[in-house]
Write a protein that binds this ligand. Sequence first.
Ligand SMILES: [Ca+2]
Length: 405
Amino acid sequence: MRSLGAGAAGLGLSACGLLRRERPANVVIILADDLGYGDLGCYGAMNAATPNLDRLAAEGLRFTDFYVPQAVCSASRAALLTGCYPNRISLLHALMPQAENGISPEEETIAELLRERGYACGVFGKWHLGHHPEFLPLRHGFDEYFGLPYSNDMWPVGYDGVPVGPDDSKARHPYPPLIDGERKVGEVRTLADQDGLTGLYTARAVRFIEKNKDRPFFLYVPHSMVHVPLGVSAEFRDRSGRGLYGDVLMELDDSVGRILGALKKAGLDRRTLVVFLSDNGPWLNFGNHAGSAGPLLAGADPARFRLPGDGRLDGHPADGGPDRRGPAPAPQDRWPRPSAAPARRFRRFPPRGAIFLLREGPPRRPRGPLEAPRPPRLSFLRRSGARPGRLPRPHGEAGDGVRPL
Ligand SMILES: [Ca+2]
């Protein structure tokens, strides 16, 4: 991620050099949320309705081996925008609506670097680097911001769209504000409100391109989708033939198409660097409301690796299953049944150069009707770089270096 963050800025800056006599190249970064490696046609998904992303890959570079430093929203975004490991700048995991912290004014974002060089900078989507005014985009190099300050499921509503009771942990959350600049202009209160997010972000992104077509710009579009709860506009509902997740993915792809179309219409498609990526892998325990990791083992929040043993890591994309108000996938279809082992939450090992925290015991209680229980054993990768050879293999195979407890 460091290389991507630094690379994105670097490409923009080197473009300044290459085109010194002309206008520097524009930079567009489109960030999906919880999209799986195996969701897109260009990464092998069968019958994927992602023609615009597939075309982007065919006309450009397709990276097949790319990692974010933490497979979770805030940390991944922190690294993308600063080029720093998120631990170094104290932005770990996902900031909650109760968080008091956010991105430090001491850090330098891509937007700040590019604005110094005359770029207009806009962000339309999920920020998630702190929701207090001093952490919002306008204080960190951006000229325009519209979107949610954190994840779309950080609200007092269950994943089925029903408001939670007072004893639910989500009851402490406010309804997420829609922010324009630094002003709250609305709230996301219902699943119907979620349906409009992709379209709202896209419209603002296209307008930003049109408004700034005569000057260099940096456009950052961190979509709220395909993070649960899923939302899709009426135009795309029931269109993919692959369930709600497929519909949402189809609209996300269409958003990319609209942004690319706006660039072409403005005559900027040959002078704009467009980068598309996901902030982390699919949130696998949401069944057919989650994407597919394809050939990979990892999912989101945080990086997950199955220990050797029975079962299989299964993150199928939508397969024509129930809509978001439908029943949850049966837990026993997705994970081995809970073991009878006594619960023992976190145990650190080994003492020298510890790199894993292992969790064992019964699965965590599902947080809603659409979430299956977590499996009885997970390994949490906390630090890398220690003890070469002891890391789980990143692709395709269970980690033989991870010792089951
Ligand atoms: Ca995410």
